[in-house]
Design a protein around this ligand. Structure first.
Ligand SMILES: Cc1cc2nc3c(=O)[nH]c(=O)nc-3n(C[C@H](O)[C@H](O)[C@H](O)COP(=O)(O)O)c2cc1C
Length: 212
C-alpha cells in the first residue's frame, strides 16, 4: 500500500475526546467540504445536504440527544449529514437541468437518462428511496473521513444519537430532509487514551477474496 495513505489510515481513529483549543484552518476546511461535494452518488443524484453546526447552544442541545458524547460540542467542526426524504420526479428534473447546464446540453437530450432515474429511484416505494438516499449519505461520509485522515485532521463518525430528536432541534421536521449520520472533526486531545488502542480489523484474507 502507498505508504502515505497507509500511514494516514493507521493514524486516524474515532476520536473520543477532542482538544477544544484547536481549530481546523480555513484552507483545510475548504478541502474537507469539497470532499463532500465531490463524493460520488448513484446516478450522480446527490440526494444529500450537509449542515455545519456552528452555534454552541445548538451543539449543546444535540449533545443531549447524542448519549452526551462530548465530540458534539468539543470538535472544531460538526457536520450533520442529511438525506432527502423523497427522491421524486421534481428532484430528478432539477438534477437533469444541472447536468444540461454544466455540460452545455439541451435539457431534452437527457430525457432517456431522466426517465431511467425516475423509474429506478423516484418511482420506487417511498421507504425504498429513503433508504437509498441514506446509503448515498454514507458515501459522502466516507469521503470526508478519508480526506480528513490525509490532511491529518481528526474525526469521529457518529451514529450514536437520536435522529428524530436531531430533526426536531434543527427544524427539519417536514422539511424533506432526514438526519442520517454525523461527523465531528478537529484535533485529538492528548489525553484521549483511545489513540493508543491497537486497531482491530479482521485479517485481509477473510475480508478480501478473489474470484478467479
Ligand atoms: C457509522 C458509524 C457510526 C459510529 N458511531 C460512533 C459514535 O456514535 N460514537 C463513537 O465514539 N464512535 C462511533 N463510531 C466509531 C467506531 O466505533 C469506530 O470507527 C470503530 O470502532 C473502528 O475504530 P477506528 O475508527 O478507531 O479505527 C462510529 C463509526 C461509524 C462508521
Amino acid at each position: 500500500m502507498n505508504s502515505q495513505i497507509k500511514e494516514a489510515l493507521q493514524w486516524r481513529y474515532a476520536v473520543k475526546k477532542f482538544d477544544t483549543t484547536k481549530k481546523i484552518s480555513t484552507q483545510d476546511w475548504q478541502t474537507l467540504t469539497e470532499s463532500l461535494t465531490l463524493a460520488p452518488s448513484s446516478y450522480g443524484l446527490q440526494p444529500w445536504k450537509f449542515l455545519v453546526i456552528e452555534n454552541p447552544q445548538v451543539r449543546e442541545k444535540l449533545k443531549a440527544v447524542s448519549w452526551n458524547q462530548t465530540q458534539v460540542t468539543d470538535a472544531s467542526h460538526f457536520v450533520v449529514i442529511l438525506a432527502r426524504d423523497k427522491v421524486d420526479a421534481d428532484f430528478v428534473q432539477k438534477y437533469v437541468n444541472r447536468v444540461a447546464e454544466v455540460r452545455g446540453l439541451p435539457v431534452d437530450a437527457l430525457d432517456g437518462y431522466k426517465n431511467m432515474m425516475i423509474e429506478n429511484v423516484a418511482n420506487s416505494p417511498e421507504e425504498q428511496s429513503r433508504h437509498w438516499a441514506k446509503r448515498q449519505a454514507y458515501i459522502a461520509m466516507g469521503f470526508l473521513l478519508e480526506t480528513a485522515a490525509l490532511l491529518k485532521v481528526d474525526s469521529t463518525p457518529m451514529e450514536g444519537f437520536d435522529p428524530k430528536a436531531y430533526d426536531k432541534i434543527l427544524g427539519l421536521e417536514d422539511s424533506g430532509w432526514n438526519t442520517t449520520v454525523v461527523v465531528a472533526l478537529g484535533y485529538r486531545h492528548a489525553e484521549d487514551v483511545t489513540q493508543n488502542f491497537k486497531k482491530v480489523r479482521f485479517t485481509d484474507n477473510t475480508l478480501i477474496e478473489y474470484v478467479k
